[in-house]
Design a binder for this molecule. Structure first.
Ligand SMILES: Nc1ncnc2c1ncn2[C@@H]1O[C@H](COP(=O)(O)OP(=O)(O)OP(=O)(O)O)[C@@H](O)[C@H]1O
Ligand SMILES: [Mg+2]
Length: 243
């Protein structure tokens, strides 16, 4: 139980998860992967490309139930997910994409979310008219509109140029601080993980398991550059020891 009012944490205990290759051979993606994220905190899962991060997120989201193990979601289990590709409905405007995903959200709530993510002037635009950064923000607004108990973000900053990535990272950090939604962010970028999360889970190469967990003493904007770099060094040493 969390001290903040009884909401349960996210608990993941996966004994193993295999994919099936085209040849019919099993491919082990995850093995003995356990993590706990207290309610209201942001966790970041960091690991090399292809290690099993998206696989893990899909299991937590309930999109893939073919695994051995157990996953317990925070209270109510309402999910918001932003995929590696934004996956907006191309024939609907940004505002309609949000309204369709979250029919219970009122117009003022949607307007407030669009404002939070600096999307107001793009509300009537269609996904084909958006840059990748704008589409990511729209997908994030859509995920938040359902008032999730758990927010899952798969590489939210990948393929954005440095300035855009920094801008979106700061927005995500502000939303985490303001809304206190239990959030799990997948990334291959350690500095990004340290900048966003309360707790960082370091994954091994495939099959992914947790090699180290770092609790960030002063998460998000309160972390100085020097203490961020010290944590990065500590994490890289843990990764090296695991290889
Ligand atoms: N549906 C699938 N069928 C077969 N193999 C799969 C399937 N999905 C993923 N894999 C394989 O499982 C492994 C883990 O894939 P996953 O997409 O989880 O990695 P990832 O850590 O998210 O990578 P990236 O950082 O590139 O997004 C990879 O070797 C991938 O090829
Ligand atoms: Mg992935």
């Amino acid at each position: 139980m969390s001290p903040a009012g009884g909401a349960a944490s996210l608990n993941v205990a996966i004994a193993h998860k295999d994919h099936l290759r085209a040849s019919g051979e099993p491919l082990r993606a995850l093995e003995d992967l356990r993590l706990t994220l207290p309610a209201g905190q942001a966790g970041a899962v960091v690991g090399p490309s292809g290690c099993g991060k998206t696989t893990l997120l899909r299991l937590i989201a309930g999109l893939d139930r073919d695994y051995v193990g157990h996953i317990a979601l925070p209270a109510h289990g309402r999910l918001g997910m932003v995929f590696q590709e934004p996956r907006l409905l191309p024939w609907r405007s940004v505002a309609d994409n949000i309204a369709i995903a979250a029919p219970e959200a009122s117009s003022p709530e949607i307007a407030a979310l669009l404002d939070d993510l600096a999307l107001t002037e793009h509300a009537t635009h269609f996904p084909g008219e958006l840059s990748l950064g704008l589409a990511r923000r729209a997908a994030l607004a859509r995920a938040l509109a359902v008032k999730p108990d758990l927010l899952l973000l798969d590489e939210p900053l990948v393929s954005l140029d440095a300035a855009l990535a920094r801008g979106l990272r700061d927005k995500i950090a502000a939303l985490i601080d303001e809304k206190r939604i239990t959030t799990l962010i997948v990334t291959h970028d350690l500095a990004e993980a340290i900048a966003l999360a309360d707790r960082v889970f370091l994954l091994s190469p495939r099959p992914a398991r947790i090699v180290a967990t770092l609790d960030i003493p002063a998460p998000r904007a309160r972390l100085t550059k020097a203490s961020g770099l010290a944590l990065e060094t500590q994490a890289r040493e843990a990764l090296l020891r695991s290889q």
